[in-house]
Design a protein around this ligand. Structure first.
Ligand SMILES: [Cu+2]
Length: 241
């Protein structure tokens, strides 16, 4: 009788440890099979000086000045901000569910924060009015449904876009200097550069991709890249005026 208990216990212990071994290896294999493309977007030359925005006509905007235009925002080290870097081709017919978490576009100091926002098709865009003034959110899409909504202070507003579009200009009809962009993707492989101009597209399946960098004033550039399982590829984009 005792022997049987011991045999059963040995089988359980073996099963427990072997399942842990296989599980650990399965997770590790999955993580190492994904690739990434990362790098920096640069601006070659002397960036144009931003001009001051005169917000005098709305006293509720004035307090947050001096505000400047954000047509080209380049750092001292040549980095270029507000560039959308994304997979333009190579994913085949894979489909992707939008994340449940909304992306936030804030109107603060009568400017769009961020200036360029990116999200997936059918993902929620939470538009926030943090100002003590009424804004009007007016995206002008080419492939999506146009909307034009008055948004009083503190009132929540949610938008979503059904089709891919890079990028939808958005403006405020109340404050004519308010201009921004909404980039919509049918997949999760996109990034918007910040101050340091860097980007990273993570968890890519191994394959050959066209990677495109888009800037609202400087146009688009594309490069082809092949990534194998577990590989981290480096890319650089350089824009000129
Ligand atoms: Cu406004």
């Amino acid at each position: 009788m005792k022997k049987r208990y011991i045999a059963v216990a040995v089988v359980f212990v073996f099963a427990f440890f072997s399942s842990r071994y296989w599980l650990t290896n399965a997770v590790a294999a999955d993580a190492s099979s994904s690739a990434s493309v990362a790098g920096v977007v640069k601006f070659d030359g002397i960036p144009p000086k931003p001009s001051k925005i005169d917000m005098a006509f709305d006293p509720n905007c004035k307090s947050t000045s001096p505000a400047v235009t954000e047509d080209i925002v380049a750092g001292a080290n040549g980095s270029l901000e507000n560039v959308v870097v994304f997979v333009a081709d190579g994913l085949g017919d894979r489909t992707f569910q939008p994340p449940a978490q909304p992306v936030v576009l804030e109107q603060k100091g009568c400017l769009y924060r961020p200036h360029v926002v990116a999200l997936q098709t059918n993902q929620k865009l939470s538009v926030v009015n943090s100002d003590a003034t009424t804004h009007n959110i007016h995206p002008s899409p080419a492939n999506n449904r146009e909307s034009n909504t008055i948004q009083p202070p503190g009132v929540p507003l949610e938008l979503s876009f059904a089709r891919e579009e890079i990028a939808i200009p958005v403006k405020c009809n109340v404050h004519p200097w308010m201009r921004g962009y909404i980039a919509v993707f049918k997949h999760p492989y996109f990034a918007v550069t910040g101050k340091d101009g860097s980007f990273e597209l993570k968890d890519l399946p191994p394959g050959t991709y066209t990677i495109t960098a888009w800037h609202g004033k400087l146009g688009t550039q594309s490069q082809k890249v092949t990534v194998s399982a577990g590989q981290a590829q480096k890319l650089e984009f350089v824009f000129k005026q």
